[in-house]
Ligand binder design. Structure first.
Ligand code: AKG
Length: 282
């Protein structure tokens, strides 16, 4: 668990440099269990490499990971990462997408990009999405560690797709997590080793925006029902500030058999007004 001072210094690094690395944040036993689960799913579902150059012809990506195995629950909730995300965004943030990134030998470098470039907001903008890249094997220059351009989240434009840029290689030991403002220019490296590079991208966004993966429709209701409440909220079973995401004035978490969270903002306003009127009478 990160202390307040650590959270503040990592948050400052994300603000200033666009990224931070939380070294050896993840217990080695969990790292092994996560890798074993990925291999099992790949085998059981006969999954192969992606079919686009961006995703990587030698890269196996498994989307919608929470539907496959309970071991993955720990990733979005991890106590070395989520409190930091909540500090930079807020406590009503959402899981935006959660995908494995297993680069095979021979995978070419991914084009430099940023993850918010489809969103028509003038740059630079406040962090709207944070991406946590989990290194499940050592990240080295040889096996395709993510390449980044520190400070580029502050640039007024997005990178030109397909152009070569001078980058820094985010090498880190297995079990480390690099958390970055998704407006940072970045891309996967080339895997010139003879081993696979195992990783996750676990991205979070504000509760007022659309998630990259549609987790409410993509995760079967009976699976989501078993999640801890915080994970259900991260998946979109909540109402941001009592306003965004309601169903006929009700909290969608009730669909999972839970008590509602916050009141709707309009209901809360009336309750506050009545309370103030009562106090004024006394
Ligand atoms: O594989 C990586 O290191 C980064 C992947 C990435 O940035 C992406 O797929 O958007």
């Amino acid at each position: 668990m990160l202390g307040e001072a650590d959270i503040d210094s990592h948050a400052a690094r994300i603000r200033d440099d666009g990224y931070t690395v939380i070294e050896r944040a993840v217990d080695p036993a969990l790292v092994e269990a996560l890798k074993a689960a990925l291999l099992r799913i790949e085998r059981d579902h006969n999954l192969g490499p992606a079919k686009t150059s961006f995703e990587g012809f030698k890269t196996v990506r498994i989307n919608n990971l929470l539907t496959y195995d309970d071991v993955f629950w720990e990733v979005p909730l991890h106590d070395h990462v989520l409190p930091l995300v909540e500090k930079v965004l807020d406590k009503e943030c959402l899981l935006s997408s959660f995908v494995s990134l297993v680069l095979g030998p021979g995978q070419e470098a991914q084009p430099i990009h940023e993850d918010t470039q489809m969103i028509p907001l003038p740059r630079p903008h406040i962090p709207i999405t944070l991406n946590a890249i989990w290194a499940l094997t050592d990240f080295t220059a040889e096996n395709g560690a993510t390449r980044i351009i520190p400070g580029s989240h502050k640039l007024p434009s997005s990178p030109e797709y397909g152009r070569d840029y001078e980058t820094v290689t985010a090498t880190m030991p297995a079990g480390s997590v690099m958390l970055f403002d998704s407006a940072l220019w970045h891309g996967g490296g080339a895997n010139n080793s003879d081993a696979r590079r195992f990783a996750f991208s676990c991205a979070y966004c504000w509760g007022w925006m659309r998630q990259q993966e549609n987790l409410q429709l993509g995760i079967p209701r009976e699976t989501a029902q078993r999640f801890p409440r915080r994970l259900q909220e991260l998946c979109g079973y909540g109402v941001y500030k009592g306003q965004f995401g309601h169903i006929d004035n009700r909290d969608p978490i009730e669909l999972l058999g839970r008590e509602r969270g916050k009141r709707m903002v309009w209901e809360a306003t009336d309750i506050r007004k009545a309370r103030d009127a009562q106090a004024a009478k006394q």
